[in-house]
Design a protein around this ligand. Structure first.
Ligand SMILES: Nc1ncnc2c1ncn2[C@@H]1O[C@H](COP(=O)(O)OP(=O)(O)OP(=O)(O)O)[C@@H](O)[C@H]1O
Ligand SMILES: [Mg+2]
Length: 363
């Protein structure tokens, strides 16, 4: 079982603590995506799994074996970086073969693996080219091919697509999804800043913030049931709108009062003892729609309209000054800047967080 287990894994650089105790189990064959703000420790964690960084304390196991002191070459891991790190003077074929030659793999086996990886990644026509004669996307595919040739038990990717332009990112993302399907027993851990990559590739997403895990779960679970304000605002784009509020009625349904004294009923249960407490009320831009019968969740003046074709984003001056509410409507909408519009949302799609930012459980 090439699963991974991290137990209270910590990392410090001198006095600076970077990871504060990571507990995580990853099953064999799982595709796990690490997300989090810049500097939160994603690459550090990945590099520790690869063996490129020491584990300061805690235990890291691969395949049931503690590998804290096992060198990278003996962990059965391959890593693909943002910068492809190809040898510029070697052909595509030789770049992919190099590691196996060093390891003393026999020539026929090297040839078989290079051609198989080349075919999988549609690199067949380019095997004799030097990296400089390839596009960015093709170079990244060579880097991935080189990793495949090593037949790793665990595949690590650190933002492999972030140097590619939008169209190539999509194409290469699909390649990675196919690769994952064709290697069902290979565990993959993938770091990205890209919401779409995280949501579409992951079996489970790990949300990190400042060296700690905020939540782990399948993409839609994180989207629908974020454990806290951080995850709520990190998963989803544009981010969830958050408004300060106060609980005025608790129970199976909760009623809150917003800053402008308007009241909102949510399909969220809160204990009676919460009445009077300050809370944060959350609603996703895509869960808001235009009110048609004069009843609305909030009303505001549209200050900016961004028509993207497939969707229209409205920035609305709502109940909280200086913080426009973002509304995402499907398609093209005939609304102009300066218009006053009322918006509604399904009470089941509203979110509520306590003062510490923890989510109230939805019923
Ligand atoms: N060799 C090092 N010495 C000291 N501090 C380091 C070292 N490497 C990383 N750090 C610090 O550790 C923290 C985590 O860095 P890391 O590269 O893991 O972040 P990241 O989540 O991958 O960020 P990004 O999204 O920008 O790639 C950062 O604050 C960084 O400055
Ligand atoms: Mg990084």
């Amino acid at each position: 079982m090439a699963g991974l287990v991290l137990k209270d894994v910590r990392k410090s650089y001198g006095q600076v603590k970077v990871l504060h105790g990571i507990d995580l189990e990853i099953k064999q064959g799982e595709f796990v995506v690490f997300v989090g703000p810049s500097g939160c420790g994603k690459s550090t964690l990945l590099r520790m799994i690869a063996g490129l960084e020491d584990v300061t304390s805690g235990e890291l196991s691969i395949d049931g074996q503690v590998v804290n002191d096992v060198p990278p070459s003996r962990r059965g891991i391959a890593m693909v970086f943002q910068s492809y790190a190809l040898y510029p003077h070697m052909t595509v074929y030789d770049n992919m073969a190099f590691g196996m030659r060093i390891a003393g793999t026999d020539k026929a086996e090297i040839d078989r693996r290079v051609r198989a990886a080349g075919a999988m990644l549609q690199l067949g026509p380019y095997l004799d080219r030097l990296p400089k004669a390839l596009s960015g996307g093709q170079r990244q595919r060579v880097a991935i091919g080189r990793a495949i040739c090593r037949d790793p038990k665990v595949f690590l990717f650190d933002e492999p697509l972030s140097n590619l332009d939008a169209a190539l990112r999509v194409a290469t993302r699909l390649e990675i999804a196919k690769l994952n399907e064709s290697m069902p027993d290979t565990t993959m851990i993938y770091v990205t800043h890209d919401q779409v990559e995280a949501m579409t590739l992951a079996d489970r997403i790990v949300v990190l913030s400042a060296g700690r895990i905020e939540q782990v779960g399948p993409p839609l679970e994180l989207y629908e049931h974020p454990a806290n304000l951080f995850v709520a605002q990190f998963i989803g784009s544009p981010a969830m709108n958050i408004l300060p509020a106060r609980i005025v009625k608790a129970g199976a349904e909760t009623v809150i009062s917003l800053k402008d004294d308007s009241q909102v009923t949510l399909g969220i249960a809160t204990p009676i003892s919460e009445v009077g407490k300050s809370v944060s009320f959350g609603v996703r831009p895509e869960d808001l729609s235009i009110a048609t019968n004069g009843q609305y969740l909030f009303e505001g003046t549209v200050s900016i309209v961004e028509a993207l074709g497939e969707v229209t984003l409205l920035y609305v001056d709502g109940p909280v000054e200086q913080e426009p509410i973002v509304v995402k409507l499907p398609g093209i909408v005939q609304i102009r800047k300066g218009e006053k519009v009322g918006f509604v949302a399904d009470p089941q799609k509203l979110h509520l967080f306590d003062e510490a930012g923890k989510s109230y459980i939805k019923i």
